[in-house]
Design a protein around this ligand. Sequence first.
Ligand SMILES: Nc1ncnc2c1ncn2[C@@H]1O[C@H](COP(=O)(O)OP(=O)(O)O)[C@@H](O)[C@H]1O
Ligand SMILES: Cc1ncc(COP(=O)(O)O)c(N)n1
Length: 275
Amino acid sequence: MKKVLSIAGSDCSGGAGIQADLKTFSAHGVFGMTVIASVVAENTFRVIEYQDIRPDIIEKQIDAVFEDIPPDALKIGMLSCKEGMLAVAGKLREWKPSNVVIDPVMYAKNGCALMDPDSIDTLIAEVVPLADVITPNIPEAEKMAGIRIYTQKDMRKAARIIHDMGCRAVLVKGGHSEGDATDILFDGSEFYSFSSPRIPTKNTHGTGCTYSSAIASNLALELPIRQAVARSKKYVTTAIANALEIGRGNGPTHHFYDLFQHGLSDVKNWREDIT
Ligand SMILES: Nc1ncnc2c1ncn2[C@@H]1O[C@H](COP(=O)(O)OP(=O)(O)O)[C@@H](O)[C@H]1O
Ligand SMILES: Cc1ncc(COP(=O)(O)O)c(N)n1
């Protein structure tokens, strides 16, 4: 069985963070592991407070996983502060994992901050270069690239700027735009776009976590980046289309344990569909 690690924050309300990641891993039939970097007291409509885990405990969790069960892919989510970023970056340089997906989480869906704005330079210098794929949403891509994004042309421009920071590929997600939900992937030479009709729902808590975990799962399942993103886009769209009316705010995505019903069962076909 393929093994996938999430290094991220814990969402006690179960819709985002580590909890969404584990549900996504299970749905993809991979073995999920977690390094908790922060404990967030949050729900579907607010973030009350969070406590970051001590950097040396983050490092020891990473050692515990890697010395025993080296993952086939890993996903990094919420890292709220410089110290946590430096701990993770240092350990990844030491363990040299492959298939690293980074979701540079800055805000929760309700607008509450989950990253100290002063740590963006550390994110760019230390964390971004470790990514095989980095998956900023539009506000995150704007902050990282230092430009405003209004159009798909702007998304491509931001992807280029972020790619120059040293990662292998950039996926700028279009969830925060209008019209179709179109994401742009840039691998350093080509742009690819992944689109679905916008689903009229407020229940989008955990979409970014779900998407990046699906991409990590599909990379672990040996899909090339483009196919991994295509299959993950289908998964996240289905998860949003069936999102749950749970809680008072933005309800969570729904995870699918019967991928066959959603045309995702045969990973081999996706692997061979390299056009
Ligand atoms: N209402 C929606 N309908 C369909 N797809 C959506 C919708 N909202 C977000 N998405 C998709 O969900 C994925 C996560 O994107 P986004 O919401 O931008 O990320 P984040 O959770 O990091 O803010 C992307 O593929 C995006 O296009
Ligand atoms: C612990 C944690 N991590 C990440 C997010 C963002 O979630 P998303 O952007 O997927 O809605 C969150 N709300 N909580």
